[in-house]
Design a protein around this ligand. Structure first.
Ligand code: NAG
Ligand code: NAG
Length: 403
């Protein structure tokens, strides 16, 4: 029984729709020495530089700055408006560059004239560890999306804002929208943001429709793994690789993964091997635990340490909630969501809209699942063109002469 549960969680975490029955993650791993620029972005001809940001709690994050190789009037274009791309759970900055140059949002934004900044949160392959702890220490994994929002995102936004002397545009996917909706309730952070686009927006998970995930939640898998002394969720460990390989021999992984993320309409099955060279990235068990708390309680709140733990941490018995009504009305928001998304359910998206003071622009795609918003072969036509139009309609764009 225990083994079956571990297998199940491996799949939940492994948010990749694949039809291949021959996954073997141990032979696919990004190089240990090179950064994302050298491995994935420069080979396509795009200028890219690596940056390191240190958080208040000592994590060393990697940021990449990407521009277009296309020249205008024979001259290299000056940097346009800065835009920060924030990836989702078990993903990292590579996720914006894994389709072709014409299909991937990172390349498309650079070619549209943006000064593209790529975020990578703590624990991912590209981040550079911690000033004191190693990845083997349990202290290294003592965080959830709350710290990703209040420390990682806050620090990365500040860095880009200071480096470019400009307010920034923001794009987040999935967990990257949880981080944004939490961080934007903080006046010092949101003041640096010009406008934001949220793909598969999540602040509530109370109506998650993935039966599979719901089963993991009701069997308390997170608490069980915690009791086993697990802190890091890493699907490239020998154990996980073995588990994933053995389950994929027994059943159709494609069906199971569609059951987790929702059916993705426009996923390129021939690219799975390539995706697997880069993803999935590690995360912490505490993060999974926090997400499961959201599903159990239907609240957008800080991590629940239990009555006494909360009293010690927050000075109150219940974890404080993030009140999205505090996001300023003046912040232009755009949201893209899908009818087949089993994680960002339409009912929960409507709940976000009810809470907000502003009226975001909405793009609803009936056939889109959770991963289509980053990897659909038609995402440019279906999603990104409208997102770029939205960014262009903000006052900022008019101030710039080069677009
Ligand atoms: C995965 O690939 C590695 C390296 O090629 C190999 O040593 C290992 O036996 C493979 N694992 C499985 C389960 O096939
Ligand atoms: C799907 O991926 C394969 C392999 O990378 C590529 O050759 C093909 O052009 C892609 N299909 C589409 C529709 O983008």
């Amino acid at each position: 029984m225990e083994r079956r549960l571990v297998v199940a969680v491996a799949f939940f975490l492994f948010k990749i729709v694949a039809s291949s029955k021959e996954w073997n993650l141990s032979r696919r791993s990004p190089s240990q020495n090179e950064g994302l620029c050298a491995q994935l972005i420069q080979p396509s001809g795009y200028p890219c530089t690596e940056h390191t940001v240190e958080t208040k709690d000592g994590y060393l994050l990697a940021l990449q700055r990407v521009s277009s190789p296309r020249k205008k009037d024979g001259k290299v274009k000056p940097y346009g408006p800065p835009i920060l791309l924030q990836h989702g759970l078990f993903q990292a900055g590579d996720s914006w560059f894994l389709n072709s140059v014409e299909q991937s949002l990172g390349f498309i934004l650079a070619d549209s004239g943006f000064d593209v900044w790529v975020a990578n949160v703590r624990g991912t392959h590209w981040s550079h560890g911690h000033t004191t702890f190693s990845k083997k220490d349990k202290e290294f994994w003592d965080w959830s999306w709350q710290e990703l929002a209040l420390y990682d995102l806050s620090e990365m936004i500040t860095y880009v804002y200071k480096t470019t002397s400009s307010k920034i545009f923001y794009v987040g996917h999935s967990q990257g929208t949880i981080m944004a909706l939490a961080a934007f309730t903080q006046p010092d952070i949101v003041d640096m943001v010009e406008a934001a686009a949220l793909l598969c927006p999540i602040s509530y998970l109370g109506h998650i429709s993935s039966q599979f995930v719901l089963r993991l939640v009701s069997t308390h898998l997170d608490q069980m793994l915690k009791a086993m002394g697990i802190h890091q969720l890493n699907f490239r460990s020998d154990f996980s690789v073995h588990v994933v390989d053995s389950i994929c021999n027994d059943m159709d992984c494609s069906d199971l993964l569609n059951a987790i993320t929702g059916k993705n309409c426009c996923f390129n099955n021939s690219r799975v091997d390539f995706y697997l060279q880069y993803e999935p990235h590690p995360s912490s068990l505490k993060n999974l635990n926090h997400l499961f708390q959201m599903i159990r309680k239907g609240k957008f709140a800080m991590y629940d340490y239990g009555l006494l733990g909360n009293l010690k941490k927050y000075g109150v018995f219940k974890p404080p909630t993030f009140d999205t009504a505090n996001i300023p009305k003046s912040l232009p928001l755009w949201m893209g969501y899908g009818g087949n998304d089993a994680l960002a359910d339409v009912t929960d998206v409507k709940h976000i809209l009810k809470d907000l003071n502003s009226k975001p622009e909405l793009l609803y795609l009936d056939s889109y699942g959770h991963l289509d918003f980053i990897w659909s072969v038609k995402a440019k036509e279906d999603v990104y063109n409208d997102m770029i139009r939205f960014f262009g309609s903000s006052g900022f764009w008019g101030k710039s002469t080069s677009f």
